[in-house]
Design a protein around this ligand. Structure first.
Ligand code: MIC
Ligand code: SF4
Length: 753
């Protein structure tokens, strides 16, 4: 559908002159990332160019998107901002709360009744404030955005880390916490540290079994889960121009898995084709008129190493399909080495479930390639040996792929089509298993594979690959199978081999849909009344957090010292807990229950310093809070990796945690902590992590002189009465320090109203 054409026209009419001025300022050719960032500055151009990775900059994004699991908190905050409508066009998408169990229509029915209170809330808030509402079953936020709202050269933020998917259509699209979304909807600037730039030059052509997914699976292996932190990844080269817009979307989508702020491709014929196929010819022709401004300057492509902070080159001709995992998306193996890895590492060889779809890989092209593999299996008398699950990304895709017989191809080999929603990707999956603790393997075309994410079982080894590779493995039911070289035995006992998949980029008969599931807001929603029941277990109005008392924080007991990977899934698990995303007190009962306690290597089992007993993390935090004590959480590298869910910052805030002290943070989580009035601190010397003992009482000093760039001092009071002290860093700027002092950004906003 075509939305916001006037807004897009305005952006395009201003783009060329803004870019020209920016080029004069920095005095060098511009990357596409710089062009879009500079043309979305909130203020006038500065006198001096910004320092990449150093200066905070205010931006004015064109739009905001929210999904149901994060929209609740974002909108509960927005409702207190005193506005009658959102300042920029915004949308809400109901995709995370639908559990996949038996199939699309039954599952959707269950979700509609179980989540009625939340859906009604989101729908009425949307109507009241002029927000577009995509109903349950309409599709996954990022797929719907790509099909309807993303446009080359635009800038948007979304309350979900995979908002970056829209980079596939040449947009700077960034995942944020709800408090950030609220700022922009309230008409304020949005702040981001000027990113560094990683250039990825793609040469050659994808061929055979290799697809766009394999580009990002390989990049994840190169850069690791934190290698993209603070960076925008810009793809270019003739290889880049040869990849479909949706393939580009897949690559950008999983840029979240390397911690990148976002990823982007320059506008090209593939994007134009996709815009036209999805009913946006007008945008394509407007973009064609300013194509040079929607790509990097030519010199950037000629000598990228001069302008990017890092350059990676990948030859698509030589790229193999990849399989990444388990437990982390950056464990990357080319398919030719995978069998060896499975054997060496003793991963469960039998493959129990293959799952395709999600926001990452739901395009027409993806599904035609996977269906071509399924069709061969039927022709060659094979059936899927593993369970096979399909979650289409949107109703547009579902309707079109059903019409074209693709869903039937999957069903013929035993596939089950679930609702157009996140489902198993976020643990909304009633998996059919007799033993929920069994060691087992699954493979998905999703993006994340952290422990417990899909089915809550810590022993599920989840691997990530392209949809066609997933389909081939599901058919084989065996991880020790290489679809490129190996034969399978069919039901007649014959040896057969799968041919290379064949895809169709865009539907020959065009996309079609009967009811896309969109509800436009009324012109005037001011009379709409929002009800939140006082005794609701799903929704709770927010109480302001307490302001800082003006003193150092002394005598804080250590709540937990987390060991190793601590993602937002470890801090605030999704799956069954998604139902409490609108109720801060209830969801706080999942705080850090997945984090590994350094001292006993157990999860959710920590020492309560008040009585010496071991208990759960939330209960222990509540005990400290009841005793009037703040507490502190210590963590490892890349703490808060993964999701944008601000619950991971609000829960500790609600339960009295004052500071999170870690070796390093993931970007979105660090900002979320700051927004909620927490202290986000990093060790100056990472070895100081080892000095922290289980019974420590901890002081954070220097707060009365809290200033940008100046470290704070930590004093550890050990149980044996010895003392240790060391400095810690922070990245707060002047305004963020004010958030801390006010007890959170929202308090400051209310004070200013
Ligand atoms: C995810 O993929 O982890 C999620 C669920 O989409 C999250 C958002 C959330 O936790 O609600 C994300 O990526 O930001
Ligand atoms: Fe949904 Fe999974 Fe995409 Fe997150 S990554 S938006 S849970 S489909």
């Amino acid at each position: 559908m075509l939305f916001d054409i006037d807004l897009i026209r305005k952006v395009y009419s201003e783009l060329p002159s803004k870019i020209k001025k920016a080029r004069l300022l920095v005095n060098h050719p511009l990357t596409l990332t710089e062009k879009i960032l500079f043309s979305h500055l909130w203020d006038e151009l500065p006198a001096q160019p910004y320092g990449r990775g150093e200066d905070y900059v205010n931006f004015g994004p064109d739009r905001v998107a929210m999904q149901d699991a994060t929209a609740q908190m974002a909108l509960l905050q927005f409702m207190t901002a005193g506005r009658s409508r959102t300042a920029v066009p915004s949308t809400v998408h109901c995709d995370h709360l639908i559990q996949a169990s038996v199939g699309a229509s039954a599952d959707l029915g269950v979700a509609l009744s179980q989540n009625k209170e939340v859906y009604d809330f989101l729908e009425s808030v949307s109507a009241k404030y002029g927000i577009g509402f995509w109903k349950p079953g309409a599709g996954i936020i990022h797929q719907v955005i790509l099909e309807n709202y993303a446009f080359p050269g635009g800038m948007m933020i979304g309350t979900d880390s995979h908002t970056v998917n829209a980079g596939g259509l040449g947009m700077i699209a960034i995942g944020v916490g709800g408090a950030d979304a609220m700022d922009v909807m309230a008409g304020m600037a949005w702040e981001l540290k000027m990113p560094k730039l990683i250039g990825v030059k793609l040469t050659g052509r994808l061929n055979g079994w290799t697809s766009a997914k394999d580009v990002i699976l390989k990049v994840a292996g190169i850069l690791t889960v934190k290698g993209g932190t603070g960076c925008v990844v810009e793809y270019f080269g003739d290889g880049a121009d040869s990849i479909s817009a949706t393939g580009k979307g897949t690559i950008c989508n999983m840029g979240a898995e390397i911690g990148a702020t976002t990823s982007i491709f320059g506008y090209d014929a593939k994007m134009s084709d996709y815009l036209k196929a999805t009913g946006r010819e007008q945008i394509a022709s407007l973009a064609d008129e300013i194509i040079a401004d929607l790509r990097a300057d030519e010199d950037i492509y000629i000598s990228p190493e001069k302008y990017f902070d890092q350059v990676i080159e990948i030859d698509l001709d030589l790229l193999e399909p990849y399989i990444n995992g388990p437990f982390t998306p950056d464990a990357a193996y080319p398919v030719s080495e995978f069998v060896k890895v499975v054997k060496e590492k003793d991963y469960p060889r039998k493959l129990e479930v293959g799952l395709i779809g999600s926001c990452t890989n739901s395009s027409y092209e993806d599904l035609t390639r996977a269906a071509s593999v399924a069709r061969q299996a039927t022709a060659k008398n094979l059936k899927s040996q593993a369970e096979f699950v399909i979650t289409p990304g949107s109703e547009l895709i579902r309707y079109t792929t059903e019409r074209d017989g693709l869903l039937a191809d999957f069903e013929k080999i035993g596939g089950v089509v679930m609702a157009n929603a996140c489902g198993p990707c976020i643990g909304q999956w009633k998996r059919h298993t007799d033993d929920p603790e069994r060691r087992n393997s699954i493979i998905t075309s999703f993006n994340r594979n952290f422990a417990k994410r899909n089915d809550g079982n810590p022993n599920t080894h989840s691997f990530v690959a392209s949809p066609e590779i997933v389909t081939a493995y599901a058919i084989a039911g065996d991880l020790c199978f290489n679809p490129l070289t190996d034969f399978l035995t069919n039901r007649d006992g014959e040896k057969v081999k799968l041919d290379e998949p064949r895809g169709i980029e865009l539907p020959v008969a065009g996309f079609d849909v009967k009811d896309a599931g969109f509800l436009a807001p009324p012109a005037d929603g001011s009379a709409i009344n929002i009800v939140v029941k006082a005794n609701s277990e799903r929704l709770q109005l927010l109480e302001p957090f307490e302001a800082w008392k003006g003193t150092d924080l002394l005598n804080l007991p250590l709540l937990i010292k987390a060991k190793g990977k601590c993602t937002t899934d470890h801090i605030s698990m999704a799956g069954p807990w998604l139902r409490f995303r609108g109720h801060l007190d209830n969801i706080s009962d999942n705080m850090l229950i997945g984090a590994l306690n350094f001292f006993n290597e157990k999860t959710n089992h920590i020492k309560n310093q008040l009585n010496g007993e071991y208990g759960t993390v939330p209960a222990t935090a509540r005990a400290y809070k009841a005793a009037g004590l703040g507490s502190i959480v210590v963590g490892d590298e890349n703490y808060g990796e993964g999701s944008s869910r601000e619950h991971a910052a609000m829960e500790p805030r609600h339960l009295g945690v004052r500071a999170i002290l870690v070796k390093s943070f993931a970007r979105i989580h660090e900002t979320n902590l700051k927004k909620q009035g927490m202290l986000a601190l990093t060790f100056v010397n990472k070895d100081d992590y080892n000095r922290i003992r289980e019974n420590d009482r901890i002081d954070i000093t220097g707060l009365t002189k809290f200033t940008a760039g100046a470290p704070l001092l930590i004093v550890l009071h050990h149980e044996d009465h010895t003392i240790d002290q060391f400095y810690v860093n922070h990245s707060y700027n002047h305004m963020q320090i004010d958030w801390f002092k006010a007890g959170g950004a929202l308090n400051l906003l209310r004070m200013n109203l």
